[in-house]
Design a protein around this ligand. Structure first.
Ligand SMILES: [Zn+2]
Length: 389
């Protein structure tokens, strides 16, 4: 492939004997609570250094720490910035990927029109690209995950919120102002629950982990959740015996990852840390999405109904996506999709029932492959993506 030839040109001479490996890249995953940095070759993490953003994530405080984390990641991978083809940064939107300017993301207070790409280029003097984190996750799955070879695909992440990235003809769909792919905010029920965006009945307000937890807690407060509450209490009592997500095997390619300097991956809304409050008073009990999923697995009717409703809403959302984009593949990632068949079966059924035949026959709906490293792999993939253009 000619793309490979172009990439090979960036590989140093000593690496080019025989099978030509991809060049080294740096990935930065800029999150609201944690920033991850890594040296990668393709989907393989050679090193990884994470840092917490802390109470004050102002750019002038955070950016020098990211420089230091990158240097540490380079040291751990026994390489230097001169050996790296570029830095890819996955950042929360809204942002303009063409200029690399970040516009006041809600989860990065103090960031307003930060020209992140130019700041990094000035410091490192190598190519830097900035992209919306949902788009980079989609790009990661497209280049190195389950979406390899699918030039028309949609990636959706379903966790606290719902986001996504759309790849059309092998290119990230950016839209007129860089916000294409906000699939969590497609309206499913225009009389529905209020969404964070201000609208009502968005997919995110029905099918996200937050929405699943909200429905469960609403039922509990209405006195309908005695069985679920009892289940949640039992979970709390035994939570130390239940394996956390962090202990479960991931499908990453990071066997060579060097130790973490900072705490491991933060718990998300599907983990037990934000489970029922440690105070055994009923008024403080707050059930999270993972508990609802486990309760549904255990056969508790209220939990099953909540999961089923979320899954059907997701299925309706996918029908809309199938009709808009005619994708070859829809990839579902994020914590909520870890509930597996309980979510996927109603999704597939709704798509079978409601989607037009021709685009329906063309699409496969699958679970994401890259696991928790998708943010870093996708960020690094930006360098390969732009060098192919
Ligand atoms: Zn919304």
């Amino acid at each position: 492939m000619q793309n490979k030839d172009k990439l090979a040109a960036a590989v140093s001479p000593e690496q080019s004997a025989g099978e030509k490996p991809l060049p080294l890249v740096i990935g930065v995953d800029l999150g609201g609570t944690q920033i991850r940095t890594a040296v990668l070759r393709g989907a393989a993490l050679l090193s990884r250094v994470n840092l917490l953003t802390g109470q004050n994530p102002a750019p002038d405080r955070i950016i020098p720490r990211v420089y230091a984390a990158i240097q540490e990641a380079l040291d751990k991978a026994n390489t230097s910035i001169e050996q790296v083809a570029g830095i890819g940064i996955a950042a929360p939107g809204p942002l303009d990927s063409r200029t690399g300017i970040i516009f006041a993301p809600p989860n990065l207070p103090g960031w307003d029109r930060v020209p992140l790409r130019d700041i990094f280029i000035e410091h490192f003097h190598i190519p830097v690209f900035v992209e919306n984190d949902a788009n980079t996750a989609g790009l990661g799955e497209y280049m190195f995950g389950v979406g390899r070879g699918c030039n028309n695909m949609v990636y959706m992440t379903i966790s606290t919120g719902i986001g996504g990235g759309v790849i059309i003809d092998g290119k990230i769909l950016e839209g007129a102002s860089g916000t294409a792919g906000e699939m969590g905010h497609m309206t499913i029920d225009w009389h529905g629950e209020r969404c964070n965006c201000g609208n009502t009945g968005c997919l995110e307000a029905i099918a996200s982990g937050t929405a699943i937890a909200r429905e469960a807690n609403k039922a509990i407060h209405a006195g309908e959740g005695a069985e679920l509450l009892a289940f949640a209490r039992t979970m709390l009592q035994h939570s130390s015996m239940v394996p956390d997500r962090a202990a479960l095997p991931t499908q990453g390619h990071d066997a060579a990852t060097v130790e973490l300097r900072f705490p491991p991956d933060e718990p998300d809304e599907m983990s037990f840390e934000r489970e029922v409050s440690s105070q055994p008073h009923e008024e403080h009990l707050h059930v999270n999405a993972r508990t609802v999923a486990l309760a549904a697995e255990a056969g508790i009717p209220l939990a099953r109904a909540i999961i089923q409703n979320a899954a059907e809403a997701l299925g309706v959302g996918l029908v809309n996506i199938i009709h808009c984009f005619n994708p070859e593949m829809i990839i579902l990632g994020g914590g909520v999709t870890q509930m597996g068949p309980m979510l996927m079966e109603p999704v597939q059924r709704v798509v079978q029932e409601r989607a037009l035949k021709i685009p329906r026959d063309a699409v496969r709906i699958v679970q994401a492959q890259l696991g928790t490293n998708v943010g870093l792999v996708g960020a690094g993939a930006l360098i390969y993506y732009h060098s192919e253009k």
